[in-house]
Design a protein around this ligand. Structure first.
Ligand code: UDP
Length: 299
């Protein structure tokens, strides 16, 4: 998302200077094509490095997290350390420097848990995985720092994001594209009727930029607002990758995963003018094109 955001900012807000702070645990600096800003290799758990990186900064877009649900169930302490301790350090460093604007990347499905969708911001959170719990805690701190210290923190709850520059990602669209490129069958966990809300990364970047420009705070859900089953996603992927062959292997459903989630984006439309306009078919085609011939590096 960060590499797409820097490209989007260059096109739409060339006066904005971008400094990237990343430990390169997944995304690497070589994934940034045509980035002319400053890149600092550092970890959110290193307070001194954060302090230095925040010098002269007006606003922070916080996209660094361990977002893998299944891994968080296997190692909840690591997930807590990266997501909760890391974000707490960031908030403290921002407070010390007087940096007031924070866009915090959050999640709807994993925080809210298993409910009748569409999920929205007024629902009572019941996380089902340590990952969801970590994101809920972080939203709590963002809310507290807004109320206690006059910071402006908005938690944008992303649904399932896909698009170009995502080769290193483990989420389903990237995972499926990599398997197709490797000539392997797609693995579906369950019967493929599970529902997600797939949002094109360009739409997410527009939501982030709108968030930076707004006075909004609290939680705002960003997604396409459309429910899509895995089987429907695979039909879309088959159309995008044609004439390549796609085989599918069905495996048991994985415990800890939410079965069905998609979101209501009325609040984002109202408060941010958010308009997730990219159709899934178009987004999948653009993403596939990048996987085939746009990418310069393989992580
Ligand atoms: N999924 C799948 N096969 C894969 C990867 C994911 O069937 O190789 C399913 C997964 O069980 C879930 C959905 O795709 O229902 C979305 O998974 P993802 O890891 O993208 O993120 P989530 O939305 O669950 O956080």
């Amino acid at each position: 998302i960060g590499s797409n955001l820097t490209a989007r900012l260059r096109q739409t807000a060339p006066d904005v200077q971008v400094r990237i702070f990343d430990n390169e645990s997944l995304g690497k600096r070589e994934h940034l094509d045509d980035f002319h800003g400053e890149f600092i290799h550092g970890d959110l758990r290193d307070r001194a490095a954060l302090d230095a990186a925040l010098e002269g900064v007006d606003a922070v877009v916080h996209l660094a997290a361990d977002t893998r649900v299944i891994e968080s169930i296997e190692d909840p302490a690591k997930n807590f350390d990266v997501n909760v301790v890391g974000t707490f350090n960031l908030l403290e460093a921002m407070r010390a420097r007087g940096v007031r604007r924070l866009i915090n990347a959050s999640t709807g499905g994993a925080i809210i848990g298993e409910v009748e969708p569409p999920v929205h911001e007024e629902m009572v959170p019941r996380p089902m995985s340590p990952y969801g719990a970590s994101k809920l805690m972080v939203e709590g701190y963002c809310s507290a720092y807004t109320a206690s210290y006059g910071m402006h923190c908005v938690s944008l709850r992303f649904s399932n994001v896909y698009g170009p520059r995502s080769f290193h990602k483990g989420s389903v669209v990237a995972a499926f594209f990599k398997r197709i490129l490797a000539g392997q069958p797609l693995t579906v966990y369950g019967d493929g009727t599970q529902v997600r809300d797939y949002i094109y990364v360009g739409d997410i970047c527009d939501g982030i930029i709108a968030g930076l420009r707004s006075e909004a705070s609290g939680a705002i859900q960003l997604g396409s607002g459309r429910p899509v089953t895995i089987n429907e996603l695979i039909a879309g992927i088959k159309a995008a990758v044609a004439p390549m062959k796609v085989d599918v292997d069905y495996q048991p459903f994985r415990a800890g995963e939410v079965y069905a989630t998609y979101c209501d984006v009325s609040k984002a439309r109202r408060e941010l003018g958010f308009d997730p306009a990219t159709p899934l078919s178009e987004g999948l085609s653009v993403a596939w094109k990048w996987f085939v011939d746009g990418r310069k590096t393989v992580a």
